[in-house]
Design a protein around this ligand. Structure first.
Ligand SMILES: Nc1ncnc2c1ncn2[C@@H]1O[C@H](COP(=O)(O)OP(=O)(O)OP(=O)(O)O)[C@@H](O)[C@H]1O
Ligand SMILES: [Mg+2]
Length: 366
């Protein structure tokens, strides 16, 4: 599904004028699928009705690959990630269907105790807000050590050494001293690194990073993302990188899936997405990235509001916001994700894809 090593390199991934695409690190893709999500569906029961927050998501990730997940607030990025980790609170949530194949077996089918060792072992999630992820009453050694103790079954001096080693891996200076600190004694950037250390401590095959740098300022953010890419090149981990910022995607990811209203509307290699976006929603998101060389006044907004997920339009949920002209009857057809060009998938709808006729005979994916 994915092109081999998109580039090894420092080569700029896109020709889009003015977009800052200096990569945070080289591409490290290997030719082996480590995680495959198939038709994943997660619903929430609310007093307004059933919310289909993750509505038939399918994608796969290879070892060493970084897949970006982008979309506006509420599009289902975190719910999809939490579903993969089996961390959806039930009720009100429920995984209603699909498969999550990690290292060859469906982790939706294993027991909760087996899942506990998979979580943090084979797959881990780095959360958005380090203060929420860290417990203020335990020191750093306790918190990083807990994860290491569970997954590597070590205690005492060995565990301590592994904690210090994990902190060094995320470039925390004076790791032995910092390990004895409490979260409030560290800066925001250091706390984020500690959360990263917990995430990578057992060398997971897949790391899900959910907006990992939202609480950091821009320079610290860049340093942290470079570090993530470096760790990836050392360990070969696949990264699912969730963000609402297409600018970061260009610098961080090999491939991108764009989410809208709980579904993937477009997915392709990062260069392809920037150079030849097919879906009007993707075009609008790319248009909202500030260009370095251009003086921008206000950023272009995407017209309209994201839809209410408990009250979705019946067919193409993007249709009401699409700038294209279309017949109302076309808007009622639920579009499928199809492979428009090799490795370039789009949710094909007459309402949201300008070149609809060019692709209408292609088969659907997932
Ligand atoms: N506990 C819940 N109860 C009811 N609905 C929920 C719950 N959690 C999430 N949802 C629904 O799922 C939708 C998707 O939420 P999600 O957190 O995945 O969005 P997101 O894409 O991660 O957004 P953001 O960029 O703001 O983090 C929300 O719009 C909300 O309607
Ligand atoms: Mg989220």
């Amino acid at each position: 599904m994915v092109k081999k090593a998109a580039s090894k390199t420092t080569k700029k991934p896109t020709a889009k004028k003015g977009l800052d695409t200096d990569r945070f690190g080289p591409s490290t893709i290997r030719d082996e699928v480590v995680l495959e999500v198939k038709n994943l569906q997660t619903n929430f029961t609310t007093k307004w009705g059933t919310v289909k927050a993750c509505d038939g998501i399918s994608y796969s990730v290879k070892r060493g690959e970084t897949l970006g997940i982008v979309g506006e607030s509420g599009s289902g990025k975190s719910v999809t990630a939490l579903s993969i980790m089996r961390l959806i609170q039930s009720p009100p949530g429920e995984i209603a269907g699909g498969e999550v194949i990690l290292n060859g077996r469906d982790i939706l089918q294993i027991s909760e105790s087996q899942m506990t060792s998979v979580r943090g072992g084979e797959i881990s999630m780095i959360l958005q807000d380090p203060m929420q992820a860290l417990n203020p009453v335990f020191d750093i050694n306790d918190q990083v050590g807990e994860a290491i103790g569970i997954h590597q079954k070590v205690r005492g001096k060995t565990r301590w050494e592994k904690v210090v080693d994990a902190l060094r891996k995320v470039r925390i200076p004076a790791a032995e001293t910092r390990a004895k600190d409490y979260p409030h004694q560290l800066s925001g950037g250091m706390r984020q690194r500690v959360v990263g250390a917990i995430g990578i401590s057992s060398n997971p095959d897949v790391i899900i990073a959910d907006e990992p740098t939202t609480s950091l300022d821009v320079t610290i953010q860049a340093a942290y993302l470079r570090l993530l890419k470096q760790i990836q090149s050392e360990t070969g981990a696949a990264i699912i990188f969730i963000t609402h910022d297409f600018g970061i995607v260009a610098k961080m990811c090999d491939r991108v899936a764009v989410m809208y209203a709980g579904r993937i509307v477009e997915m392709a290699d990062v260069r392809e997405i920037f150079n030849n976006p097919l879906h009007e929603y993707t075009k609008a998101l790319i248009g909202s990235v500030p260009k370095l060389e251009e003086k921008t006044g206000r950023l272009p907004q995407i017209d309209g509001q994201p839809p209410l997920l408990y009250d979705l339009p019946q067919g193409d949920s993007f249709a009401p916001r699409s700038p294209l002209k279309y017949d109302e009857k076309d808007a009622l057809i639920r579009p499928e994700l199809i492979e428009a060009k090799p490795n370039h998938f789009v949710q094909l709808s007459r309402c949201s894809v300008k070149d609809f006729d060019k692709y209408k005979d292609k088969v659907s994916y997932g």
